[in-house]
Design a protein around this ligand. Structure first.
Ligand code: GDP
Ligand code: IMO
Ligand code: MG
Length: 429
């Protein structure tokens, strides 16, 4: 009766969606535990590409059940349209397959307006949020002024609640942020229909998961974002507003920790980050551009949710080691190793210095972190295209050496390596 947790070990976009899609094959339930539609999980199946924001990636496997936990913040319009889009593509998204926790908090248009207003006010120190209303929705949750998904059971009273919430926030937008208030009718248009559509999906998700675990089913907990974006363990304030780390799976789904027997860290073979904040191994040169790609391939480094170019840089093993410690990772999956083909030399940060003094662990305080300079270990690259390789021993020896080095530095086994976005582009190790 185990639960497995999938976690991003860097700044998000590590390829969690495609890894969950892989692991879902041997799971019964896939449950999303944190974040909102700031997430963008891309999965390639044959010629088709799916971009999921709220619906767990298990939905692409017929017969698997899915749940959106109470730790998630849900924009009803976004969720209804995502589910309807999947139905149009022939997927079964019926309420007996997909459950939405009654305790999940609702994102409203006022949260989105506040997110944008907050960002504008921060000026040069903007977080670079996805402007999906994530921060303000979690603010209301913590302030105990939020709306919960369970309210959608009665769409009439739900819309009244949303109306009052927008009236209140309109005063904030006008008086504090000096920005235009929302037109209430426009803002809530569609909310009634979305609530009617979503009401049948509402469920007691912790109870469903408990029953599944007790019945010996495997629950796969799908993380969003990454360890360095975690509200507590990331580099504050350049973080998101939820618990992207393993604790978020427990509170966000309402399951006991004793069920968890695997904590799977997804590590991109290099580093990327979207939005503001420090990034010690960032490459602001032609090498960074090479890692990003030109946008011609669907996997090139442009945001799934916002389309923004991702900042790119070398792999930072202090970040991955930190994620291993904070999450108690049991294993790694390394994604996008194919992107490293064609570099003469690969650099991997294995320590930092601050004013010349060595530092061998990631420090979360913003100023200290900003002062860190990476110390690189150089590894030889490879020129071959490896997207067709299916066994570890058939990888170029230098690619094998790259994985061996990561295992050595993190002390974790790399169980799977992905060398392309398609389902079969994986190597078991
Ligand atoms: P997530 O947010 O962690 O699920 O990751 P995203 O989906 O935002 O970003 C990962 C991107 O890389 C997607 O476009 C995937 O299709 C793509 N991808 C995943 N694994 C691989 C891989 O092994 N090789 C390549 N080239 N692309 C991959
Ligand atoms: P997935 O699940 C990458 C980043 C934003 C911004 C910061 C705060 O696809 O890995 P927010 O809108 O959450 O208030 O923005 O977090 N961010 C992500 N970056 N992948 C994500 O999700 C992200 N979700 C949020 O770019 O820097
Ligand atoms: Mg993503």
């Amino acid at each position: 009766m185990p639960a497995h947790v999938v976690i991003g070990t860097q700044w998000g976009d590590e390829g969690k969606g495609r890894v969950v899609d892989l692991l879902a094959m041997n799971s019964d339930f896939v449950a999303r535990y944190a974040g909102g539609d700031n997430a963008g999980h891309t999965i390639r199946i044959g010629e088709e590409t799916f971009k999921l924001h709220l619906v767990p990636s298990g939905v692409l496997h017929p017969g698997k059940r899915c749940a959106i936990g109470g730790g998630v913040v849900v924009n009803p319009l976004a969720l209804a349209s995502e589910l309807q889009g999947l139905a149009e593509r022939g997927l079964d998204i019926s309420p007996n397959r997909v459950a939405l926790a009654e305790t999940a908090h609702i994102i409203t248009p006022a949260h989105i307006a506040l997110d944008k207003a907050n960002e504008a006010q921060r000026g040069d120190s903007a977080i670079g949020t996805t402007c999906r209303g994530i921060g303000p929705a979690y603010t209301d949750k913590a302030a105990r002024t939020g709306l919960r998904a369970g309210s959608m059971r009665n769409p009439d009273t739900f819309v009244d609640q949303v109306r009052r919430h927008i009236e209140y926030n309109n005063r904030l937008l006008a008086d504090v942020y000096k920005t235009s208030p929302l037109d209430i009718d426009t803002a809530i248009s569609g909310m009634h229909a979305a609530a009617e559509f979503l009401a049948p999906y509402l469920a007691d998700v912790p109870l469903l998961l408990h029953q599944a675990l007790q019945a010996g089913k495997i629950v796969l907990c799908e993380g969003a974002q990454g360890t360095l974006l975690d509200i507590d363990h990331g580099i504050y304030p350049y973080v998101t507003s939820s618990s992207a780390t393993v604790g978020g799976a427990i509170t966000g789904l309402g399951i006991g920790p004793h069920y968890i027997d695997r904590v799977i860290g997804v590590t991109k073979a290099y580093s990327t980050r979207v939005g503001g904040g420090p990034f010690p191994t960032e490459l602001r040169d032609a090498l960074g551009d090479k890692l990003r790609g030109t946008g011609d391939n669907p996997w090139d480094e442009y945001g799934t949710t916002t389309g923004r170019p991702r900042r790119c840089g070398w792999l930072d093993t202090l970040v991955v080691r930190y994620a291993a410690r904070i999450n108690g990772l049991t294993e790694l999956v390394v994604t996008k190793l194919d992107v490293l083909s064609g570099f003469d030399t690969l650099q991997v940060a294995n320590s930092y210095t601050i004013d010349g003094a060595p530092v061998d662990t990631l420090l979360c305080d913003l100023e200290t972190h900003q002062a860190c300079r990476p110390v690189y270990h150089n590894l030889p690259g490879w020129s071959e295209d490896i997207m067709h390789v299916r066994s570890f021993t058939n990888l170029p020896s230098t690619a094998q050496g790259y994985i061996d080095y990561l295992e050595e530095l993190t002390g974790l086994p790399v169980k799977t390596i992905t060398i392309g976005p398609a389902r079969d582009q994986t190597i078991e190790h």
